[in-house]
Design a protein around this ligand. Sequence first.
Ligand code: SF4
Length: 558
Amino acid sequence: MMNRDREQIEFDVLFVGGGPANLAGAIHLMKLAKNRGLDLEVALVEKGADIGSHALSGAVLNPIALKELMTNYREAGCPIETDVRGDEFYFLTKSRRYTVPFVPRYMHNKGFHIISLSKFVSWLATLAEDLGVNIFPGFAGKEVLYDQDDRTVIGVRTGDKGVGKDGIPKANFEPGIDILAKVTVFGEGARGSLLQAISKKLPIFEGKMPQVFETGIKEVIQLPETNYFSNSRGNDIHTFGYPLGLNTHGGGFIYEMKDHRISLGLIVGLSYQDPMLDLYEEFIRFKRHPFVAELIKGGRVIEQGARTIVTGGYYNMPKLAVDGGLFVGSSASMLNAPALKGIHTSMKSGMLAAEAIVEAFSRGSFTRETLNHYHQLFEDSWLKKELYIGRNFAQAVSKKGLVKFLHVGAQYLTGGRGIFDKMPMKEDAKRLRPLKDVRLQCTTTHKKQAYDGVLYVDKLTGVYLSKTQHREDQPGHLIVHDQRLCVNECFETYRCPCTRFCPGNVYELEIDDKSQERRLRLNPSNCLHCKTCDIKDPYGNITWTCPEGGDGPRYTVV
Ligand code: SF4
């Protein structure tokens, strides 16, 4: 007989998500609790097969929060690829590069560390485990559990395993577990699905601006032994301009890693308006720019991935506490957008949450009022100062043409206030313009790029290089609510932009030769968990849900 009873496990504190915010929070919590003589049972669940499997980031690490967490992080084995020895900042035209005469102060990275986020969080997890945190990779938090009052968070239910495509449990069925805790900390990363669910029940975004995002596609490339960085002044390169132009915000980055590897990526603001924009094609176009192509010549892509980044910052942070729960890291918009950095801000948010949790245990109270001490700690911290300076930045860079520079320049000179404060933000999904309106104004050429399968790989090879895996026979984790809307209205108005904004080639438009009938075909097993579709679909017709725990990318070095 199949056992479908749900097991219940109880902890004092549960961290949902194995990113830098939660891991730094868990480590800090264990240290603080020990100092206070508190004996806490702490758990952390992560949907990736291993800690680090789903971690993808730039990644230049400002070590400010890490130093607060432990002064001896180098001796403790922190996996640093290289230190930043200099910054290079270029404006790219189609065929040339121009050095930007000054690098904005918040992008001065000299002395910071270039890391693989995947390796970094995996290292943090070992430290957390050594301090007694129970870490469960391969368990996706599928549902938030509430107390009888229907508003106090009491934990999460992890997803069932072994359910067939038809929704019927198979012989290997394992029911999800109810993990209960006095305090649950949500650090799921950008566009967390549990955060979305909570926001439908509790007014955590009341009075806030909509969260806005960028999507980054990134690769690790193995270069020949003699390469650009053998003689370069800087090893932290940022670009803007080509291929996105000035009407779509975003830019490229290239960071030197160890062993002649680089981390290279293109970030595209999801406020873009042109429905024909293909994020992956833009990424390849960036790589084919003469400057970048020369830099990566002779290289080989060894890993690829994609992820959305939350960029709105201070004005779209959710309320940080609910009864029994706290929000940290990218889930809570804790990213310093002007500095293009979110690891140190995420870590600090987790650490502040840990301080509030210890206080709550000392008082024996886990209400929103008590846990909201986290908000006060945030307000008094350097984290608030950083985020406050960038409070209008995402709005400014989403402006078109030179207007964006006017706003960014004014903000630079006025500590973030700019021409006017609290610039409004619009949901990314609402920014796409109908095809007929943008045809004449397109800044991109939409010409398909050529691939060589080694240095320039197509989407499917990119998926292969992300080592993404999903069990095929499971209910689809991508919910397209109305397929007719896709192939009729969305096709007519936007030509199905999901087929272009998805970097995993998950959505394909098929047209029957004879009947000319259109059909949207889904390949969920290619999904990179970037969540762009959940954010950018103009009709809100796609919902990303968590597949079976352990599925998805298996990043190891990006
Ligand atoms: Fe990203 Fe959605 Fe495509 Fe998955 S299906 S790779 S979440 S855009």
